[in-house]
Design a protein around this ligand. Structure first.
Ligand code: XMP
Length: 329
């Protein structure tokens, strides 16, 4: 019988057996999966682990700060933050196809890790230590990710999740994937067992490609700024209404190539719509649209159109999964 404690014991033993005395690097995304995966690896091999937080410019408001502050405070883990927004946004310039975006983001992630890993080795050498090569990369891949990327039995390749399907052929690391057999609720239980703070354990899932797959159309700095502002309003208001744990995920999507006529302030505007996509789900394999109270939707709509100048229309997605996916791309 599996309990959170027995899952922790089993995976700690498995990680030790796999990794030995080698160095391990783990990308933190700010989400619960990578946080729990890293905490398991830290429990298993301690300071052989270095975490890397990639600020790829596709993050939501405040996310980088939250990882640097809350996670490091809770775990004491060794964290390197790299700012590679320019690199990612240059690579994404002109790209509109969702799968191409995912592949590019996945590729840039891995390149970033490889150079971060070289940096870690050099840093250790400069300090007179012998860290050896970094040989392992931790991924917070869950069971549903494996299934949806075609890795499970008889599953179709629905989307190539960057952390499963999008890895390059010449990957320089062996993967450590301690969550590969777990569902989200089990991951949360393991996170609590490991003593991670509730703000991290109960965080809503957020996709690795970030806001890059929530801008329908080309990803640009200006568009990211618009979406970040609208998303921040939706998150704050959902939390203020006490509904953030009931809602599985709340994507806000910018229809960047669509414009519609509106009237804001003194005059006619020709702005962009954002889509609110709150869903309820058990494991992201299926989902239903959340029946949020009208008052909460009203507050979000009013605030977004008042505070985000470029947005003049807020629409609600009332599609379940299937046939819609949770994300729009
Ligand atoms: P969909 O949109 O397929 O999403 O219903 C299912 C769950 O997976 C997340 N998602 C991703 N996570 N890399 C990730 O790490 C990705 O490329 C990716 N695409 C979707 C999505 O947010 C939802 O939780």
């Amino acid at each position: 019988d599996w309990t959170p404690a027995s899952i922790v014991d089993d995976s700690v033993a498995a990680i030790r057996a796999q990794v030995g005395d080698k160095q391990v690097v783990c990308g933190l995304s700010g989400g619960v999966d990578s946080a729990v995966a890293a905490a398991l690896v830290q429990r298993a091999v301690g300071d052989q682990l270095t975490c890397v937080f990639v600020d790829h410019g596709l993050l939501r408001a405040g996310e980088a700060e939250q990882v640097e502050r809350d996670y490091v405070e809770a775990t004491g883990v060794d964290l390197v933050v790299v700012d590679v927004a320019d690199q990612f946004l240059d690579a994404l310039a002109g790209v509109t196809d969702p799968e191409t975006k995912r592949k590019i983001i996945g590729r840039e992630f891995i390149r970033t890790f490889e150079s971060a890993a070289r940096g870690i080795v050099e840093r250790a050498a400069a300090q007179g230590g012998d860290s050896g090569e970094v040989e392992f990369l931790v991924q917070g891949t869950l069971y549903p990710d494996v299934v949806e990327s075609g890795g499970g039995e008889g599953a179709a390749n629905i989307k190539s999740h960057h952390n499963v399907g999008g890895l390059p052929d010449d990957l320089q690391f062996a993967l450590v994937e301690p969550l590969r057999t777990l569902f989200k609720d089990e991951v949360r239980a393991v996170g609590l067992e490991l003593g991670l703070p509730p703000e991290i354990v109960w965080r809503q899932p957020f996709p690795g490609p970030g806001l890059g797959i929530r801008i329908i159309g080309e990803v640009t700095r200006d568009r990211l700024e618009i979406l970040r502002a609208a998303d921040a309003v939706a998150r704050v208001e959902l939390t203020a209404a006490g509904l953030d744990r009931d809602v599985w995920q709340f994507p806000v999507v910018l229809l960047a190539d669509v414009r519609s006529v509106g009237v804001q302030g003194d005059g006619r505007t020709y702005g962009h719509p954002v889509v609110l996509r709150p869903v309820s789900s058990e494991d992201a394999m299926t989902a239903d649209w959340s029946r949020l109270p009208y008052e909460v939707l009203e507050t979000i709509s009013t605030r977004i159109t008042n505070e985000v100048r470029e947005v003049n229309r807020v629409v609600l997605d009332i599609t379940s999964k299937p046939p819609g996916t949770i994300e729009w791309e």
